[in-house]
Every structure is written in C-alpha cells, then in structure tokens.
Design a binder for this molecule. Sequence first.
Ligand code: SF4
Length: 296
Amino acid sequence: MDRPSNWRQEAVEIPREELLRPGHPACPGCGAAPSMRLALKALGPKTMVVIPASCWSVIAGAHPNFSLEVPLLHTPFLSGAAAAAGLKAALEAQGDRETLVMAWAGDGGTYDIGFQGLSGAAERRTDMLYVCYDNEAYMNTGGQRSSATPVGTRTGTTPGGKPEEKKDLLNIMVAHGVSYVATATLAYPQDFLTKFKKAREKRGFRFIHLLSPCPTGWGFPEEKTVTIARMAVESGAYRLMEWDGEEWYTTRQPSFRVKVEDYLQAQTRFAHLTGQELQEIAKQTAAYWEKVSRKE
Ligand code: SF4
C-alpha cells in the first residue's frame, strides 16, 4: 500500500556525533560501513551492538582497536539474536531500560545460520532491534550463495546463477508478530534515519533490512556504491517499505527511470546472463516485491 498522496517523511537532522571511528578495515566502497555509521547516528550512544560472524566482525575489529564508540559483543555465526536477547535480559536485571541492544548481522547470519535464534527472539517479542545488512551472499568467506541471494546471481557456489528466488524474510518476520519491520539503504539517508529513529522509540522486537551494496562481491567500481543502491530502488529491484504492525507501506515509490536490467548489468555477478534472462529476472523481481508488499 502507498502512503496517502499528501504524506511526507519529516526531514531528520543528521547528528554530527560520530560513533564509527575512521580507519576501519572495510573494503573501499563497502556499503555496510556507512550503513553502521548512519544507524548509530540515529540510535545514539546508549546503544550496545552484538555482531555475529560476518564482514562486520572484521570491520568492528578486536579490543582495544574497536571501530565503534559504543559497547560491542562479538558472537559466533548462529547466536547473534540469542546473545542480544541475553544482553537485554542482563540490562533489565540491572534496571536499565534505556540502552538499546542492536544485533547487526549479515544475510548468512540472519537468513540461514542465525535464523533459529532470530526466530526465537522475535517470537518471544524480545525488546531489541535486529538489523540485517544484506550483501546478498557470504561475502566474508569469499561469496557463497545464501538464501538472501537473488535469483540468477553468480556466486562461488552457484557459478551458473542461483536458480531460487530470495527468501521472503520480511513477511516471515511479520508472521512472528513483531512490532516493526522496515527496509532501507544508505542512498536514501533521510528514509534510513527516519526508520532507525522510529525503531529506537518502539518497544518489542524490531527488524530492519538494509540493502548493502558490496563492490568486492557484486563487481562494480568502489565509487559507485551509492549509485548502485539508488539504481536498485529507482528500478524497483529493491523496495523501501515499512510494516507498522498492521500493513505494509511504501515509503518511496520507484521512479522506474532506471530498468532492473540496467541495475543488474552494472554488476559483474550478473554478467553471465543473456538479454532474455535479464528480462525474465526483471519480471521475477517485480513479482517478488508485489508478493512481499501484498501480504497484509
Ligand atoms: S566483502 Fe563486501 S560487505 Fe564485506 S567488507 Fe568488503 S565490500 Fe564490505
């Protein structure tokens, strides 16, 4: 469902305080690093971050050289949500209801390996925020397919292109009865900050999915990260939406000035596809988002 025609997101001031330190070891052009920077600007210093194994385990680094200015807990791949739930329980036992616990996981740690803990924490309506920064494959181990990898993508384990479509995790989270679900990407910082601020204010289990372009794994020039994220949204290959507990709203309509085929062709992970296959994937992508946003 679209927002009413007179609906506008209020402009959000971007705080000057930096909670991500410079000099971290993310690849040049990594979309996941500025995503964390923006997220922490919205959430503020009263935040604890839990990071299961992922690229961000490396980007965050080890004590005493953490790249974050907020407390950080590293966990194994499968236990990000469980550890965050435990941390939240410990804070509550100390009477601290102000500090937000945010699990920050890649798609492998969310859609696949960490799904059991995620489902458990969501079903218990744990008072926490879970963020999946989705680079659409296991990038920290060299780019193997995950269930978040889009159809047609060439990865280390799908050299001919992945046959299956991306898992509809957004509605799986909705089905858990959580209080907030949203999608965002760094190319639209106002939309991004608005959703993180909203998630900060809510109680219960909140889930935000981030499209996180990865120049290393997707195969595009490192200075094009924002352009690629914008092409994804404007072509309709990725939708900016939110679930407010009752229904899906689109927070930014695609302009369709860019075609899904153009978005795909800008990345070498789709270079093996023929023109006809690109058109077929464009159709499947449109059908995928239609299906996601119609489940109300
Ligand atoms: S592999 Fe991709 S997601 Fe991981 S740090 Fe490099 S650019 Fe970022």
